[in-house]
Design a protein around this ligand. Structure first.
Ligand SMILES: CC(=O)SCCNC(=O)CCNC(=O)[C@H](O)C(C)(C)COP(=O)(O)OP(=O)(O)OC[C@H]1O[C@@H](n2cnc3c(N)ncnc32)[C@H](O)[C@@H]1OP(=O)(O)O
Ligand SMILES: O=C([O-])CC(=O)C(=O)O
Length: 372
């Protein structure tokens, strides 16, 4: 061992930052967001309230919320360079890659790139948070040869997000459930993507760069990409009996079951999964799709029994998005569209109290080889 400090693979258990943004209190089964309980926020407030809380430090009053909504809504109208470039994206490009590229293009319209003050960063975060749904919907619909959907000013920001993705105006239950899912995804302390964003920001790189790095991280199936993988699994399984067969087969082959396990919760249930399970029940009842709900529950029970593992948020968010009529390729981009609020807060915090991330290694290679 050449390094003097202890090595923790995957930085498990290592404290990487001081933050006042959020904390996973596993013992209390609580996700703390600026002092509030995330589940309580999801059940009582809207996505926009929680996004504001993350970016500005307190919940908005009515006027602040309206002004925030207005500023975000304005960003749904993308710069022309973006809308014209969507048709140039290769047809094989994934929705996450289009989103990452779209964010890079959006950086081209930033007029205050080098100002890393909290105020300038808040403005960039609003720009990104507002534009990301439009990038995701616009690039995806262009790729599918579908016409772009203009937002409706009378609808909430999250209802518009769903409308612009699917082309269907969502009902009351659908809007409520989708909004709750966005709150569930909004912020989660120090996952890989947030760490990636903070590492990038710590070089005094700008928020756009930090966000593109975070999209790349979130795409991976061990992280955000799991929600899409879960839906493919459930569709492959088809029925509750099918889930049991498929999951057993995967366990026998030592494969991971997507949507289960978590670095921090380990043997405890992710509180957000419980919230989405309830949402799934409501939607399934309304749509007469209790078979899908029963399938998920059978899978949950089996993995608890066989592996002692519990569902994470992705396991129940995936079937919720399915019943909302969202194309599977958009599940991870939606995760990012929500997480943009948390990421914005983290980049602001990193820039406000910066120290460059630069760890050391435990070198295991050879030494002393001489050139002959
Ligand atoms: C919103 C989110 O991003 S949540 C995460 C979404 N990702 C997923 O759902 C992907 C599936 N889950 C996983 O791969 C993991 O649970 C992770 C990556 C999330 C966390 O993994 P880690 O903290 O690195 O745990 P690690 O990979 O060491 O797993 C510990 C043990 O549990 C097993 N395990 C963990 N997750 C799973 C799973 N989903 N299916 C089967 N076995 C699992 C591992 O095989 C390992 O077993 P072993 O000790 O017998 O080898
Ligand atoms: O915390 C993590 O490692 C992953 C996760 O659940 C999230 O980002 O929401």
């Amino acid at each position: 061992m050449s390094a003097e400090k202890e090595y923790s693979p995957g930085l498990e258990g290592i404290i990487a930052a001081e933050t006042s943004i959020s904390y996973l209190d596993v013992e209390q089964e609580q996700i703390v967001i600026r002092g509030y309980d995330l589940i309580e926020l999801a059940e009582n407030r809207h996505f926009l309230d929680v996004a504001y809380l993350l970016l500005y430090g307190s919940l908005p009053d009515a006027a602040e919320k309206e002004s925030f909504h207005h500023r975000l809504y304005q960003q749904l109208e993308l710069p022309e360079v973006l809308t014209t470039s969507f048709s140039l994206f290769p047809s094989s490009m994934s929705a996450m890659d289009m989103l990452r590229t779209g964010i890079s293009l959006l950086a081209g319209s930033e007029t205050n790139m080098h100002d890393l003050s909290a105020e300038a960063n808040q403005k960039k975060a609003v720009k990104l948070l507002g534009a990301i749904p439009a990038i995701m919907a616009g690039s995806y619909r262009t790729q599918q040869n579908e016409s772009l959907v203009s937002p409706d000013p009378s609808m909430s920001f999250s209802a518009n997000m769903l409308y612009m993705l699917t082309g269907e105006k969502p009902g009351v239950l659908e809007t409520e459930v989708f909004d709750q899912s966005l709150v569930a995804y909004i912020e989660h302390e120090m996952p890989n993507s947030t760490f990636a964003a903070r590492v990038i920001a710590s070089t005094q790189a700008d928020m756009y760069g930090a966000f593109t790095g975070a999209v790349a991280s979130l795409k991976g199936p061990l992280h955000g990409g799991a929600n899409e993988a879960v839906m493919h699994l459930l569709l492959e399984a088809g029925t509750p009996d099918g889930v049991e067969r498929l999951f057993r087969e995967k366990l026998a082959n030592k494969e991971r079951i997507m949507g289960f396990g978590h670095r921090v919760y380990m043997k405890k249930m992710d509180p957000r999964a419980q919230l989405m399970k309830k949402s799934l029940h409501r939607l399934a009842e309304k749509q007469d799709r209790m078979d899908l709900y029963d399938m998920c529950v059978r899978g949950e029970e089996l993995i608890a029994e066989e592996k002692g593992l519990h569902p994470n948020l992705d396991y129940y968010a995936a079937p919720v998005y399915y019943l909302l009529g969202i194309p599977i390729d958009l599940y991870t981009p939606i995760f990012f569209a929500s997480r943009a609020a948390g990421l914005g807060a983290h980049v602001i915090e990193q820039h406000s109290n910066n120290r460059l991330f630069r760890p050391r290694v435990d070198y295991t290679g050879p030494r002393g080889i001489t050139l002959t």
